[in-house]
Design a protein around this ligand. Structure first.
Ligand SMILES: Nc1nc2c(ncn2[C@@H]2O[C@H](COP(=O)(O)OP(=O)(O)OP(=O)(O)O)[C@@H](O)[C@H]2O)c(=O)[nH]1
Length: 318
């Protein structure tokens, strides 16, 4: 029987950051395979996580809980027969419903070989209200079906905002441990122990939560949708273009404008005049960091009602 961990969370919440931390601080001696599911057409997180002892299987261009669920199931089976890993970590796309991912894993095809161990949902505390209001169907599902919730970016909000987010998460999921200490300050081991603790007792959490809560008030605009493809849009490109660093900054500043649609998440690995950089844009805020060179540049943008021609012009000038 193989243990499978699911690290769920909305777009840009911090799933990859958490996986990197766990790999570095407490999973170095384990034979781990990661399934990276990117909603966009080009894979970026695989390169971000890549290291010598980690095997990464990337599944791009769709969501493993709906449009490419078959690829997902065959990936799991293939991984088990090829690598026989100690642990499989799944990072679903930010727009996947955790309930659906669990359903896929538990389906007839694979349930003889695996059992679900950790189900952590990373919740972006900074953008909590905005996401619950606009993308409640996805966001709430991820929280309700989690065995553990990790609040990310808590160091960026006030104590009273944190208390509000904490209360709202607790209301949606009465049973799960909620990790609220800034991620940089919590030891990876502590996160692992918290998320694996009382595993068995919490197996039924999703059912209990569904029975005890009426969350219709938080699922407003998105209520009628059930599939990410009906709501979210993505644009991606592979490009050898060499950018100026200040150009990337200026592009990311512009992405906030509605000229480009409603951009929630943009990420990329691109070449610049003096180094390779990784950029991460989440709802108006961004980071740009130097990284090791990569084989070619990749850019991915996710949002709603994207103006793809405008976005292409912005990044590539054509
Ligand atoms: N300040 C702060 N930034 C964070 C934290 N967690 C993640 N980030 C930043 O948020 C951005 C997105 O982080 P990722 O780990 O790539 O998020 P993700 O959930 O894997 O993103 P997608 O898979 O693309 O949806 C990056 O710029 C991270 O550095 C946190 O706890 N605090």
């Amino acid at each position: 029987m193989k243990n499978v961990d699911i690290i769920s969370g909305f777009l840009g919440s911090g799933k990859t950051t958490l996986i990197k931390k766990l790999l570095k601080e407490c999973l170095q001696d384990e034979n781990v395979v990661i399934i990276e599911n990117e909603y966009g057409e080009v894979g970026i997180d695989g390169s971000v996580l890549r290291s010598d002892n980690i095997i990464i299987k990337e599944i791009t261009s769709g969501c493993i809980c709906c449009s490419i669920s078959k690829d997902f199931r065959s990936a799991i089976k293939g991984i088990i027969s090829t690598y026989n890993p100690d642990r499989i970590i799944i990072e679903p796309s930010g727009v996947a419903k955790l309930s659906q991912v669990v359903k896929e894993i538990s389906s007839e095809v694979v349930n003889k070989n695996i059992s679900i161990n950790m189900k952590i949902t990373v919740v972006d505390a900074v953008n909590f209200e905005q996401y619950i209001e606009n993308f409640g169907e996805f966001f709430v599902d991820q929280i309700q079906y989690a065995k553990t919730v990790l609040l990310s970016k808590t160091e960026e909000i006030s104590n009273s905002q944190l208390m509000q987010v904490f209360k709202a998460v607790r209301k949606l999921n009465p049973n799960c441990p909620i990790i609220s200490t800034p991620i940089a300050k919590v030891n990876g081991d502590k996160i692992l122990k918290t998320a694996e603790f009382r595993n068995k007792d919490l197996m039924e959490d999703a059912g209990i939560v569904r029975k005890t809560l009426n969350t219709s008030h938080v699922i407003r605009r998105m209520r009628s949708h059930s599939c990410a493809d009906e709501v979210f849009d993505t644009w991606g490109v592979e490009t050898p273009k060499c950018f100026a660093k200040r150009e990337i900054k200026s592009i990311l500043d512009k992405l906030k404008s509605t000229v480009y649609g409603n951009v929630i998440r943009a990420k990329g690995l691109v070449n610049t005049e003096d180094s390779w950089v990784q950029f991460d844009y989440v709802s108006g805020k961004y980071d740009i960091n130097d990284v090791d060179y990569d084989y070619t540049g990749r850019i991915c943008v996710i949002g709603t009602e994207l103006k793809k021609q405008e976005i292409k012009k912005l990044f590539l000038g054509e």
